[in-house]
Design a binder for this molecule. Structure first.
Ligand code: G3I
Length: 302
C-alpha cells in the first residue's frame, strides 16, 4: 500500500488518527486525514464535558461532525470516552454516591445510544487505575461510588449499543512488569471469567523519556490478547518520533493477531497535545517525517 490506512488494511488492521472537529476546515489537515487514515477517534468531542455540559442536556454537534466526516468516507470511528475521572463537566465533578452512579450510567447509556451502529469500538472506561506500584484503582468520584462502577459502565454500554466493541483504555500499561499493567490484566481476566461484557483493551502508548517504549511491549499485547480480548494501540505518540521506535511498535502489533489497529494521537506535530515533543508522523507543514516512512515500510513488510 502507499498510505497508512491502505497498508494496514492489507494486514487486516486499521490505521487511525485522533481528530479535532475545529480542524475539519483546515485543508492541509483534511487532505492528510482523508488520504492516510481509515479510522478516526474524536480527540475531545465525545468526552463527558463535551457531550453532557449540563446534566441531562446532551450536545453532539461537534462529535457528529467528526463521525459524519469519517463514515461518509468509509473510515471507522472509535468512541472516546464514556466514563472517566477527568474532563467531567462541573455538575458531575461535585457529585457522589448513588446520584453520581446513576448520572454516570445515564451518560453511558445516552451517548452510546446516540451513536448506536456508528461507533465500532468504545473506550467505555478510561484511566481507572493508579500510577505507581500499588496496582490499585485510581481514587476518583467514580471509584468512590463502588468498585463495581467499571463493570456497571460496561453493562450499560452493551445494552445501549450491542454491536459496538467495548474497550478498557489506559496509559502506562505498556510494560508487562509494571503493577498497573498487572492490575488491569487481573481486572480483564476477572471480567472475562465472570461474563462482564468487555471486548478489547486500549493501550494509549504515549511514549517519552519518562515512560519509554518497553522491550516487552509485544508480551503485554499478546498476554492481554490471550485472555480473549482484542488489543488496540489507541493514542500512539513518541516524543522525538524515533523511526526505530515507531517501527517496533508497528511490528509488535503486527505480531499479535488480535492487535486489530493503531491510532496516532494527532496528525501533524502542531496538532499534538504535546507539540513541543514533535511526536507525530507529519511535521507542522504536513510533510511526511522519517517516522512516517518507517511506519509505512513496517506495515508493508510482510
Ligand atoms: O476548547 C477550549 C478552548 O475553547 C479554550 O480557549 C482553550 C483554553 O485552554 O481550551 C480548549 O480546550 C482544551 C481542549 O484540549 C481542546 O484544545 C482543554 O483546555 C484541554 O484540556 C484539552 O486537552 C485535551 C486533554 O486530553 C484533556 O484531558 C487534549 O486536547 C487531548 O489530546 C487529551 O487527550 C488525552 C486522552 O483523552 C486520554 N489519554 C491522554 C490524552 C493526552 O492527555
Amino acid at each position: 500500500g502507499t498510505t497508512l490506512g491502505a497498508s494496514a488494511a492489507e494486514r487486516g488492521r486499521y490505521f487511525g488518527a485522533a481528530v479535532a472537529a475545529n480542524k475539519l476546515g483546515d485543508s492541509t489537515y483534511v487532505t492528510i486525514l482523508n488520504r492516510e487514515f481509515n479510522s478516526v477517534t474524536p480527540e475531545n468531542e465525545m468526552k463527558i464535558d463535551a457531550t453532557e455540559p449540563q446534566q441531562g442536556v446532551f450536545t453532539f454537534a461537534n462529535a457528529d461532525r467528526i463521525v459524519n466526516h469519517a463514515r461518509s468516507r468509509g473510515m471507522s470511528v472509535r468512541g472516546h470516552t464514556l466514563a472517566w475521572h477527568s474532563q467531567q463537566p462541573g455538575w458531575m465533578q461535585n457529585m457522589s454516591g448513588s446520584a453520581l452512579r446513576q448520572a454516570m450510567l445515564n451518560h453511558v447509556t445516552q451517548v452510546a445510544a446516540h451513536y448506536r451502529g456508528q461507533v465500532v469500538a468504545w473506550d467505555v472506561v478510561n484511566e481507572a487505575f493508579a500510577d505507581g506500584g500499588s496496582g490499585a484503582r485510581r481514587d476518583s468520584n467514580l471509584q468512590r461510588t463502588g468498585n463495581d462502577w467499571i463493570e456497571a459502565a460496561f453493562r450499560a454500554a452493551r445494552a445501549a449499543d450491542p454491536g459496538a466493541k467495548l474497550c478498557y483504555n489506559d496509559y502506562n500499561t505498556d510494560d508487562w512488569t509494571h503493577a498497573k499493567t498487572q492490575a488491569v490484566y487481573a481486572m480483564v481476566r476477572d471480567f472475562k471469567q465472570r461474563g462482564v461484557p468487555i471486548d478489547c483493551v486500549g493501550f494509549q502508548s504515549h511514549f517519552n523519556s519518562g515512560s519509554p517504549y518497553p522491550g516487552n511491549y509485544r508480551t503485554t499485547l499478546s498476554s492481554f490478547a490471550a485472555l480473549g480480548v482484542d488489543v488496540q494501540i489507541t493514542e500512539l505518540d513518541i516524543a522525538g518520533a524515533s523511526p526505530t521506535t515507531y517501527r517496533n511498535v508497528v511490528n509488535d502489533c503486527l505480531a499479535v493477531s488480535r492487535c486489530t489497529g493503531i491510532t496516532v494521537w494527532g496528525i501533524r506535530d502542531s496538532d499534538s497535545w504535546r507539540a513541543s515533543d514533535t511526536p507525530l508522523l507529519f511535521d507542522n507543514g504536513g510533510n511526511r517525517k522519517p517516522a512516517y516512512d518507517a511506519v509505512l515500510a513496517a506495515l508493508n513488510n510482510g
